[in-house]
Design a protein around this ligand. Structure first.
Ligand code: SF4
Length: 279
């Protein structure tokens, strides 16, 4: 296992801890560890890939979302999980994110939302608050932040949740539920960056458990839009056909892989149909 190089006190530790608990819980319910496949983007969050003993692919900025969708299409028995930063997910990878939600790709998206590019020393990101000062916005950001929950509700995500790295038990429960959900599951995790955007006091003071009915889209939109308090928990949950089933039915390319003899037979058939190749 790689040496951990996150800053002491970083919210990423809570996310790592919660994810390990979620995996342990699912294992105790009979899910084999070999069925988990993960990917991560670039940034402080991406190091989580090195701190988990799970199979997967270390991706590039925002492409972890595409990587896990490919894994799922190749082997539909997998539970695929993408870890992204807020810059990663709502900046470089936002098109992948929107289309994964739109098509209800059967995957879990966990966003380490710290409102800053920490690895590159504190530039503003799509979720940075207006007025945020950093190396690229020395006079303060003049943009309003993206609202991740509303964005995902509008895009068609079938499981939308907000967690907080300071509430590990609840976050672990959300992660396990997201992984078990059939379809696109999204968790925006409030993650203080103690070095460039320390929001522990704010989140400790402003978060509270969500109390609305998560099956009610109108109530979910209202909960997502709240700014006076930050509701934690499942914001919205519904059922819709998942992408790989719509595309391939019960077919699983990994399980239904053809043997060499069968492949040669198919090639020979194609050759017979189309005639010999041109010299
Ligand atoms: Fe965590 Fe911020 Fe340090 Fe990165 S820079 S490890 S996000 S505290």
């Amino acid at each position: 296992m790689a040496e951990n190089t996150w800053c002491p006190g970083c919210g990423n530790f809570g996310i790592l801890n919660a994810f390990k608990r979620a995996v342990a819980r699912l294992e105790s319910e009979g899910v084999d560890r070999s069925r988990f496949f993960i990917s991560a983007g670039i940034g402080c969050h991406g190091k989580i890939f090195d701190y988990l003993a799970l199979s997967g692919l270390y991706s590039i900025h925002g492409r972890e979302i595409a990587a896990v969708q490919g894994m799922k299409l190749a082997n539909t028995d997998l539970f695929v999980v993408a870890f992204g930063g807020d810059g990663d997910s709502f900046g470089e990878g936002i098109a992948h994110l929107l289309f994964a939600a739109k098509r209800n790709a059967d995957m879990t998206m966990i966003v380490h939302d710290n409102g800053v590019y920490g690895l590159t020393t504190g530039q503003y990101t799509p979720t940075s608050r207006r007025g945020f000062k950093g190396p690229s916005t020395p006079a303060g950001s003049v943009e309003d932040p993206i609202d991740p929950l509303t964005l995902m509700l509008v895009a068609g995500a079938t499981f939308v949740a907000r967690g907080y790295s300071g509430k590990v038990e609840q976050l672990a429960d959300l992660m396990a539920r997201a992984i078990e959900h059939r379809g696109f599951a999204f968790i925006d995790v409030l993650q203080p960056c103690v070095t460039f955007n320390d929001a522990y006091k704010k989140y400790n003071a402003e978060t509270e458990p969500a109390t609305h009915d998560p099956k009610d889209l109108v109530a979910a939109m209202a909960a997502a839009a709240r700014r006076d308090r930050l509701p934690l928990g499942v914001i919205y949950e519904t059922e819709k056909p998942v992408f790989h089933r719509e595309l391939m039915g019960e077919h699983n390319p990994a399980r239904d892989r053809l043997g060499r003899a069968q492949r040669l037979e198919r090639i020979a058939c194609a050759f017979d149909t189309r005639g010999p190749a041109m010299p």
